[in-house]
Write a protein of this length. Sequence first.
Length: 175
Amino acid sequence: MEYYGKVLSYINKGEDISQRKIAKHMGLSLGQTNFILHSLVKKGLLKMERITPKKVKYILTPQGIAKNARRTYSYIVNAIKNVLSLEAELLSIVEYYTSKGFTVYLDSKKDEVYNILLQVIKDRCLKQVKLLKDTDELKEVNGKALVIIWHNDREEIYKRLDIKCFNLLDNIEIF
């Protein structure tokens, strides 16, 4: 079922869509793609219009457009929930550990999560959170440091340095 929505979204994005392009984009075989396309036609979400004997045009029906819109809306709502969960978890960690005398650092692995956390830090004026540029900064800390991470592979780095770390995603239910 997950593929059905993705196929609808992909078809919605372009004009010159072939089964081969869909299969390649989705990582499916042509047979699987063909099955999904015919299922979408049977469900009334997609129309296939023959242009030439070998070329077919795929058109979302009003029902297909509505389903695609609902899927997009659901994705946006879930993304917002995830961002709010990240924010709440970060605030909780910072409040708890700074009240215990810890200096809180944000791991330096720059990705989408980092950008979200950085924005929360700026918006909430969390001056007590330091942005970690290099792990060498932690060598001078007297044991009262906490590094917030979100990648499991980063945990080993801080264990070797004997620095406490907290994986932000451990307590968050991803929607």
